[in-house]
Design a binder for this molecule. Structure first.
Ligand code: MN3
Length: 386
């Protein structure tokens, strides 16, 4: 068929990237893979490239270039290497949509470049909007570029808004599973190890986001992401804990009416919605059955115990470069926790102190963000030593 949507997956070897490839495989009449990029996992990238035969692949880790080149050249697949190449590949004329699924700050540059080249974005990288939400959304507006959320909560809100674009929102309610430590106190949290934090009750995700879910930082980042995606004030964003992860989020309109999107927790659905928008695509994913869930429950988030969520709201309220500082410190803290260098609760301490130490900038430029990210990381790393 002609008119297949040609997709570039930036970060194809991660959790979202691999699930996106499954969606594309099941819908090969609608989508084809134009570009795949990975950070360091050359082995999986080669396997993916040989299966999906993209036009080009990029590996950020330049030391893997030769392996990739040797494996893929016979198949007429272009091979590039280096971080700059990841950023530049999105300019390719044959790309119809860019799936931004790199984890963390590292995803920012390629997303910005894609927007500058008028590519629609399916956004799985929430840190892009956390770090530079104002800049990125303004740029998207100037270039007439749509950003389709892949994050399940934001996809839920986006789905609720379909056909309601002109109706004002009173507020949105983001649901949070509460993670593996729901209901626990600080004393318990002071003893937890990464193995416990990595066991998420409902969602299968990469390690960074799974730790963020356990600490509620993930929800904090999503609050900031929602602000920029849906043009909201901080007061219009609520978080509610919903341990079953069936109601993916809700919107409330000015008449008090609430709309929610429900379904089993499976990232393939929001990925598919973002790739296929505005069309819904028939699939055979398992269906939700109320009989298996006699109770859907909701409770207040415990921001005293899980202070990362409070810190994120604070960063959102202050604005400027504060969310960028929060994000950089969090990336360092999560990495340190995953390496058993700090305890679970120390992550919040490092983030809070970093927010106090790095200079506040009210209206940062892109280079301010780059400097701020670097500075916040070095401050957080310094704090790790004490
Ligand atoms: Mn989410």
């Amino acid at each position: 068929m002609e008119n297949k949507k040609r997709i570039a997956i930036i970060g194809s070897t991660g959790s979202i990237g691999t699930q996106a490839l499954q969606v594309i495989k099941s819908n090969s009449d609608l989508f084809e893979v134009e570009v795949l990029t990975a950070n360091t996992n050359a082995e999986l990238l080669i396997e993916q490239a040989l299966t999906y035969l993209p036009n080009a692949v990029v590996i950020a880790d330049e030391s893997k270039y030769q392996i990739l080149k040797e494996a893929l050249q016979p198949h007429d697949i272009k091979v590039f290497a280096g971080e700059k190449a990841v950023e530049q590949i999105v300019e390719m004329e044959t790309i119809d949509l860019v799936l931004a699924s790199v984890v963390g700050y590292a995803g920012l540059a390629s997303t910005i470049n894609a927007i500058k080249h008028k590519k629609p974005i399916a956004l799985a990288n929430k840190e892009t909007l956390v770090v530079a939400g104002e800049l990125v959304t303004n740029l998207a507006l100037q270039n007439g570029v749509n950003i389709y959320p892949v994050d399940s909560e934001h996809s839920a809100i986006f789905q609720c808004l379909a056909g309601e674009w002109d109706n004002k929102l009173e507020k949105i309610i983001l649901t949070a599973s509460g993670g593996p430590f729901l209901g626990k106190d600080k004393e318990f949290l002071s003893t937890v190890k990464k193995e416990q934090a990595l066991k998420h009750p409902n969602w299968v995700m990469g390690s960074k986001i799974t730790i963020d879910s356990a600490s509620l930082m993930n929800k904090g980042l999503e609050v900031i992401e929602a602000k920029w995606l849906f043009h909201l004030n901080p007061e219009q964003i609520e978080v509610i804990v919903h341990p079953q992860s069936i109601v993916h989020s809700l919107v409330q309109f000015e008449d008090g009416s609430l709309k929610a999107q429900l379904g089993l927790p499976d990232m393939k659905l929001p990925i598919q919605y973002a790739l296929g928008f505005p069309n819904r695509i028939k699939n055979n994913f398992p269906r939700f059955d109320f009989i298996n869930y006699p109770q859907l429950t909701f409770e207040k988030a415990d921001i005293n115990t899980f202070s990362n969520l409070a810190l994120a709201f604070e960063a959102l309220k202050q604005g400027g470069n504060m969310p960028c500082i929060l994000n950089a410190a969090n990336e360092i803290a999560v990495q340190a926790f995953l390496e058993d260098k700090i305890g679970f609760l120390q992550m919040s301490v490092i983030i809070e102190k970093t927010m106090q130490k790095v200079a506040f900038i009210k209206t940062p430029t892109y280079s301010d963000y780059m400097d701020c990210d670097k500075e916040a990381r070095s401050v957080a790393l310094e704090l790790l030593k004490h």
